[in-house]
Design a protein around this ligand. Structure first.
Ligand code: ATP
Ligand code: MG
Length: 553
């Protein structure tokens, strides 16, 4: 199902050859429920679920909910919806790190019993000061050599709520002189009286991520714990912890780091995305300009396009910036193949066809898709609308659309000739008077007449009004697409343009939200959630022009 030619798969195959993990491959996707999933997470979802599928293994969904201050069930729900939408399933393997709070506590006690953890009374600031620097070793805390009994007693009292928040922590006892700062007696438990969205007020102490993560992996019998590169320096602690608690080397989880996805023009920091939402720079997490999966879904990006993109970018060992044009290319490729074509006019100019009878309607056949076929009827009437841009009064030679005295073909219909330009008192063009060549439609005598331009149009009597939302990137960037430091200051004021009075052909009448179309000559569009029986609302998914296909050649 998935072509998994990447270095993580190579590592898995090497492990299997060495006789490790004989019970099968087991991965996990471990989001922290403190925000919505974004395009970067999609890479990790595709990789983890993809590796499991490729190796006939399993992939768990595990919420890393060890930091209750920022977490919320809204995020737990959205994450599940987004993973399913992307096309992956954890079956009955949905877990929470908080499910393991009891076990994690027991593991901490075991470390203390082995002389490998101690309770420290130092404040956060003192601990930071004693940590040393990259060039200087750290200092040992005065509490470091407490007896096992005293540590057990204090840790139990931390749990029982005898001490204030932050008054004590539990630290692993490793090496304050280690060149790796993560090995300088990292904090593994802290006291914080915070309500947890699942365990309520049961716990006053919470495990740190670096402690909870490897042990959650081990408890779930994960074989390959795939994470992003910034955790490379944490791997020694990951292994130290599993060593210290005697997890078997041939079956315990192994951490493998890969390059995170960074995209031009795109914020992939949850903190910054949250700021955009909280400060209302966007309409919400699912604003179509957001690089969240829910935003991209609303924008009309398809799961297949995002999966193809993740497959195409591959998995590397060093970070790099991917051109967002590549994602847009995948979206276009999918929609080009699957979206029905219709006609819509965004900026209408009225055209009266003077040799067509008023009140007459002719239902013309229009094909829905150039390769997949299918057809529908499009009403043709005396009054129609064309795109204002498709007419030019003083047109240059190379302008092959409509001009005074010129001819153009109406898509699926007749050739028309512009006979007269009607203007209001201030000289604005209000309508065109044109005539049709009555035998020029498909199958007619003059159908084959060579006309350079073809334009789209809608019937004035039958067209439906629609609101169309056009999007641009949220941020203005340098020409390479690098994000500015001050991203709020770089917000693009034109990232959303709303066209209130666009017109679409009547065939879309009964369409709900999430239906894709190509508006001929204009781009790909999708009906928005705001669509009601009374009002159509479209988002532009992408224009027709594909800069990436050109780059690829
Ligand atoms: P935080 O800043 O809150 O730590 P995070 O982006 O690490 O955010 P998590 O919920 O911890 O978010 O991420 C879940 C998984 O997705 C992790 O395994 C993480 O490595 C992976 N992930 C997150 N961002 C990216 C990215 N840009 N590219 C690839 N994988 C990512
Ligand atoms: Mg994280």
């Amino acid at each position: 199902m998935y072509l998994m030619v990447n270095f993580v798969q190579q590592e898995i195959e090497n492990d299997l050859k060495e006789g490790k993990y004989s019970d099968g491959i087991h991965t996990r996707f471990p989001p922290e429920p403190n925000g919505y999933l974004h395009i970067g997470h999609a890479k990790s979802v595709c990789l983890n679920f993809g590796l499991a599928a490729h190796n006939n293994g399993l992939c768990n969904l595990r919420f890393d909910d060890t930091n209750p201050t920022k977490e919320d069930t809204e995020y737990v729900d959205s994450i599940q919806e987004d993973i399913k939408w992307l096309g992956f399933d954890w079956d009955d393997r949905k877990f929470f790190a908080s499910d393991y709070f009891g076990k994690l506590y027991d593991y901490a006690v075991e470390l203390i019993k082995r002389g490998l953890a101690y309770v420290d009374d130092s404040s956060a600031d003192e601990i930071r000061e004693m940590r040393g620097t990259l060039t200087e070793p750290g200092k040992e805390s005065p509490c470091r050599n407490r007896s096992i009994e005293e540590n057990l007693n204090l840790f139990e009292r931390m749990k029982a709520g005898e001490f204030e928040d932050g008054a004590k922590v539990l630290r692993a006892k490793i090496d304050m002189a280690s060149p790796n700062m993560n090995m300088r007696d990292p904090v593994i438990y802290r006291i914080t009286r915070t309500h947890h969205h699942r365990t309520g007020d049961d716990w006053l102490i919470y495990p740190m991520y670096d402690f909870a993560h490897p042990l959650s992996d081990a408890i779930e019998k994960i074989t390959h714990s795939v994470c992003t590169l910034e955790f490379e320096d944490h791997r020694p602690f990951y292994d130290w912890l599993l060593d210290s608690l005697d997890f078997d080397k041939n079956s315990r989880p192994r951490q493998i780091e890969f390059a995170r996805l960074d995209l031009t023009n795109t914020i992939t920091s949850k903190r910054k995305l949250r700021q955009l939402v909280e400060e209302k720079h966007v309409r919400g997490w699912d604003d179509p300009r957001m690089p969240t999966l829910s935003g991209m879904r609303r924008r009309g990006f398809t799961p297949a396009a995002i999966r193809n993109f993740c497959a195409e970018i591959g998995v590397a060992k060093s970070n790099s910036l991917v051109d967002i044009a590549m994602l847009e290319h995948c979206v276009r490729e999918d929609l080009n193949e699957n979206a029905d074509r219709i006609m819509a006019v965004l900026n209408p100019l009225k055209v009266v066809l003077t040799n067509v009878d008023a009140g007459k309607v002719e239902w013309l056949t229009a094909e829905n898709h150039p390769t997949k076929g299918g057809s529908r009827f499009v009403p043709f009437t005396r009054e129609i609308f064309i795109e204002r841009d498709d007419f030019m009064e003083d047109a240059p030679k190379k302008f092959f659309r409509l001009k005074p005295g010129g001819e153009v073909r109406l898509k699926h219909a007749y050739i028309i000739k512009c006979e007269e330009v009607i203007k209001d008192d201030s000289g604005n063009i209000t309508e065109l008077h044109c005539t049709i060549d009555p035998t020029s439609k498909s199958g007619g005598e003059t159908a084959g007449r060579k006309i350079k331009g073809t334009v789209h149009w809608v019937s004035a009597d039958y067209a439906l009004k629609a609101e169309v939302r056009l999007y641009d990137y949220l941020l203005t960037t340098d020409e390479k697409g690098n994000l500015p430091e001050d991203f709020i200051g770089a917000l693009n004021p034109d990232s959303l343009i709303v066209i209130e009075n666009a017109l679409v052909e009547p065939s879309v009448k009964l369409t709900g939200a999430g239906v894709h179309f190509q508006f001929l000559r204009l781009g790909y569009f999708v009906t928005d959630y705001d669509t009601t029986p009374e009002k159509l609302v479209f988002n532009r998914v992408a224009g027709l022009k594909d800069s990436w296909a050109k780059v690829k050649g």
